[in-house]
Write a protein that binds this ligand. Sequence first.
Ligand SMILES: *[C@@H]1O[C@H](CO)[C@@H](O)[C@H](O)[C@H]1NC(C)=O
Ligand SMILES: *[C@@H]1O[C@H](CO)[C@@H](O)[C@H](O)[C@H]1NC(C)=O
Ligand SMILES: *[C@@H]1O[C@H](CO)[C@@H](O)[C@H](O)[C@H]1NC(C)=O
Ligand SMILES: *[C@@H]1O[C@H](CO)[C@@H](O)[C@H](O)[C@H]1NC(C)=O
Ligand SMILES: *[C@@H]1O[C@H](CO)[C@@H](O)[C@H](O)[C@H]1NC(C)=O
Ligand SMILES: [Cu+2]
Length: 674
Amino acid sequence: MSSKSKTMFIFLLQFLLFIIPSDQYHPLDSLTPDEFTQVRTIVTKTYPCSSNIHNLTFQYVGLEEPTKPLVLSWLNNTTTTNPPRQAFVMARIDRETHELIVDLSKQSIVSDQVYNGYGYPPLTIEDQVNADKLPYAYPPFVASMAKRGLKLEEVICESSSVGWYGEETKKNDKKRIVNVLCFYLDGTVNIYMRPIEGITLTVDVEEMKIIGYEDRDIVTVPKAHGTDYRESEMKPPFRPPLNGITVVQPDGPSFTVDGRIIRWADWEFHLSFDARAGLIISLASIFDLEIQMYRQVVYKAHVSELFVPYMDPTKDWYYRTFLDAGEYGYGLSTLPLEPFRDCPANAVFMDVYFAGQDGLPVKMPNGFCIFERYAGDVMWRHTEVVPGKPVREVRQEVSLVVRNVATVGNYDYINDWEFLQSGTIKVKVGLTGTLEVKGTKYTHTDQIEEEVYGTLLSENTIGVNHDHFLSYRIDLDVDGDANSFVKSKMQTTRVTNQRSPRKSYWKVDSQTAKTESDARIKLGLETPANLLFVNPNRKTRLGNPIGYRLIPGAVVGPLLSDDDYSQMRAAFTKYNVWVTRYNQSEKWAGGLYAYQSHGDDTLAAWSDRNRSIENEDIVLWYTLGFHHEPYQEDFPVMPTLSGGFELRPSNFFESNPVLKVKQPKDISGLVAPH
Ligand SMILES: *[C@@H]1O[C@H](CO)[C@@H](O)[C@H](O)[C@H]1NC(C)=O
Ligand SMILES: *[C@@H]1O[C@H](CO)[C@@H](O)[C@H](O)[C@H]1NC(C)=O
Ligand SMILES: *[C@@H]1O[C@H](CO)[C@@H](O)[C@H](O)[C@H]1NC(C)=O
Ligand SMILES: *[C@@H]1O[C@H](CO)[C@@H](O)[C@H](O)[C@H]1NC(C)=O
Ligand SMILES: *[C@@H]1O[C@H](CO)[C@@H](O)[C@H](O)[C@H]1NC(C)=O
Ligand SMILES: [Cu+2]
């Protein structure tokens, strides 16, 4: 839904692309602008669209990743030639969905399949922008605005995905549609706080025509006053600013950027961008000081899907059950980061690229930032009173953060991948931006007699209850790709030994998951467990299996019933943790064709295959969530609410890996007193 600002960027930037020399790519590098252009040229040669012979739109273009064995052997042997560069394209051609694989070295389409299943590729920005323009020239809508006394030029519209609600349809003979929601500016820029309710306007995006219109009732549009969040528009009193604060690195950052490989402290990883996933971390490995070798931790990790269902089942709201990655593109929702504000003064920025609907490359400047974080935290410490020689050892926690922000309509998701020197990876998401609110006649809770499905946040403004789920696909390869998933369950045990005054203790019962059905976990207090990815073929000096464990964040599970259509489409939220057998094409937890999907190709369906996962190449899926009951503090723009999880070495190293970490170098004039 974030189309306006984005279109501006596209128009500004399409002319500013520079072409990167195309000799040596890392096999996992995102497609370059030049490669996007080549893909377009190759596809339009087969399906000429310029003369309107074919109606061709590029709904998704991204890297068709080389197979894992190819990448690994390339990594292992620098004399091996690069795997072929290929692109995966989801295109709509003459009302059909095509899956194309375009080989850039052969300069040809090497695979072209028409998809006949349920669902559609993600919307393009142009699908949305074009649909958003339609209401202004649609007489019934113009009349509806006049009837409400609203000025048409102050109305702003945004496309909303429609989901699927059990309509009996034949595969693919349904229309690809959006509902267009309209808002009112007139004295604010915070359009989401001024919804125009009571209208349903449905657009067939293939025909680019309004196919349904209903104006049921007039609901008060909330007032503009108090909704603006721009400093320039606010009136005193202001809070006085704090004193200046920043992280100073006079000698520059300690990390290096080599192509898209980042090296920092003992970490090395590859960074890439995808229109659907956004930020992708690949090939993360950590240098083991004791054995002087890099060791694999993560093959690939990224956000796979989101699910944001609103809890208002009424006519205008029931369909708002968004799958943001598969419907809008989590990467496509990336907007430029602002130096000194979105990222600290010591950050380095990276541009990212995606394909527009016409297949041409679009540059999103400053899509990523990378910076070292020092927030005053302690990495480890100890003080000891040894007679005659007091001991005090403290090490500062300095970490490396890779960040991007996805603004999916009203919400901003701040995605942080933080690498710690200790080998821990912290994955964090911060939710901010504005709520999606509903207009109402009520101005005080005392007046409310019916169910309003949310909180009265301001006069005539209901913040509707909703969830945010983010599902991460994490292909951990701990010291190699053959791994097992181990649940170390803590079990209360009665003491039977009469000589112990204790009645109980807990012990760890470790179970290795044999098949996918053993690896579906609803987190909670009932079965406390450490969840580990271990390499059963590698042991520490002392015989413990080498591993990494998942440390989940706050536990949130779905509250919708299993037979609710939106829950079926987002069945991946049913468990917080799933482990599946590696399959390169199983990437998107809500299915490849999430738009209007029927829920037949989700993580739940793959897990039902019940493949064997012991000592195999396996993938961790972790879903975190927020049940968001809005509060007045969320109005008119909400302070960041954060969640996340950690991946932490667990018998991976022989001992504390940061024992020999030295303090960062002194900065002249800022030497610590001794
Ligand atoms: C392309 O779309 C236009 C407008 O929707 C339509 O008039 C035309 O017939 C289409 N052409 C083909 C080849 O499908
Ligand atoms: C890397 O190469 C070495 C020998 O050259 C071989 O033993 C090892 O199995 C290879 N590893 C991979 C992942 O191909
Ligand atoms: C590395 O790859 C080259 C070219 O494919 C091959 O000739 C060579 O034997 C390989 N080396 C190893 C150690 O596998
Ligand atoms: C990989 O996943 C795809 C999509 O779920 C499926 O069609 C295919 O059969 C799977 N391949 C294997 C080897 O399981
Ligand atoms: C999965 O497979 C295992 C081992 O074959 C079996 O014990 C288990 O019942 C299966 N689970 C499901 C849900 O099919
Ligand atoms: Cu929310």
